[in-house]
Design a protein around this ligand. Structure first.
Ligand code: B12
Ligand code: SF4
Ligand code: SF4
Length: 228
């Protein structure tokens, strides 16, 4: 199907006006490297484009998880905002007669990989997606759509990290090594070192993000001031 440049431009403009800091588009064919449950067509049969959105975590409070005291279910502050923005995009595309599905968080499709596949940035030695504007200090969400949007070129290489090992030496769990990321070490550290804001609200470790020079660029989110 021919790519719709006009619709792509309109959607980028709409997202900028909707409190979304970054948006990119990936080709579903790039996801053949993943298991079925992590592929876009599992969620939408006639998928044409994977849309990745991100919001800058300009204040660490946006990264807090709160547990509902009756159901035990946890909610992430910025994830809830991202979900709201994803609904806006879904409705925008529905008005243009295109179906879309907001990808569930877990298993879903892999968000940092989707962002790199959309050409929004690369995956660093901190094992996270690094955007040009916000470094890794950006949280992500994905939507799959039947709209034929113009997709970006995947970024497989890692341009920022050459000669840098700051995140590796900063990780308190030694979960980051030159050979790669040790998920179990990171998870165990996090579970026993949650920053408790209250009995029901906590924040996970962010050191591999905050220590990265790319995340320290001073930037203003389009969301900033939204709640003032
Ligand atoms: C499970 C999970 C966890 C687990 C395990 C993490 C893991 N990486 O396995 C735990 C609970 C430990 C965890 C910890 C954290 N998480 Co987490 N987590 C996830 C989740 C749900 C899935 C991650 C996953 O399995 N990815 C896929 C596998 C294949 O990737 P991987 O093995 O980690 O990395 C490989 C690929 O990236 C590949 N690769 C390298 N270069 C390239 C280039 C291309 C083009 C491709 C395709 C692949 C590729 O090589 C890597 C090594 O093998 C995602 C949300 C989602 N649905 O994607 C969030 C997510 C990755 N987490 C996130 C964050 C922020 C964190 C934490 C900082 C904690 C926090 N404060 O929230 C830490 C950071 C840990 C770290 N340095 O990676 C963010 C990252 C945002 C970003 N800018 O990248 C995500 C995307 C959530 C979100 N909504 O934004 N997480
Ligand atoms: S701290 Fe350095 S090595 Fe780690 S992700 Fe950032 S730029 Fe790359
Ligand atoms: S989240 Fe913390 S423990 Fe996990 S890799 Fe990053 S710095 Fe290390």
């Amino acid at each position: 199907m021919e790519k719709d440049q006009k619709l792509t431009r309109e959607l980028i403009k709409f997202s900028n006006n909707s409190g979304i800091d970054i948006i990119g588009f990936a080709n579903p064919k790039e996801f053949e490297r993943f298991k079925n449950e992590n592929r876009p067509e599992t969620y939408l049969k006639d998928v044409q484009t994977v849309i990745v959105i991100g919001i800058y975590l300009y204040d660490i409070i946006l990264d807090s998880w709160s547990q509902d005291q009756t159901t035990g279910k946890s909610f992430h502050f910025l994830d809830s905002i991202l979900e709201n923005r994803a609904h806006r995009i879904k409705n925008f595309l529905l008005n243009k007669k295109y179906n879309s599905i907001i990808i569930p968080y877990n298993p879903g499709i892999y968000l940092k990989d989707s962002a790199a596949l959309a050409g929004l940035g690369h995956i660093g030695k901190n094992n996270l997606f690094i955007s040009d504007k916000f470094g890794s200090q950006v949280r992500l969400r994905a939507i799959v759509t039947e709209a034929p949007l113009v997709t970006g070129k995947p970024i497989e290489n890692n341009q920022y990290c050459k000669g840098c090992n700051i995140c590796i030496s900063s990780c308190p769990a030694k979960a980051l090594t030159p050979e790669g990321y040790n998920k179990q070490a990171c998870l165990s550290y996090n579970l026993s070192n949650l920053l408790k804001l209250s009995d029901y609200t906590s924040i996970w470790c962010n050191i591999c993000i905050e220590s990265c020079p790319q995340s320290k660029k001073s930037q203003t989110s389009v969301l900033k001031g939204y709640f003032d």
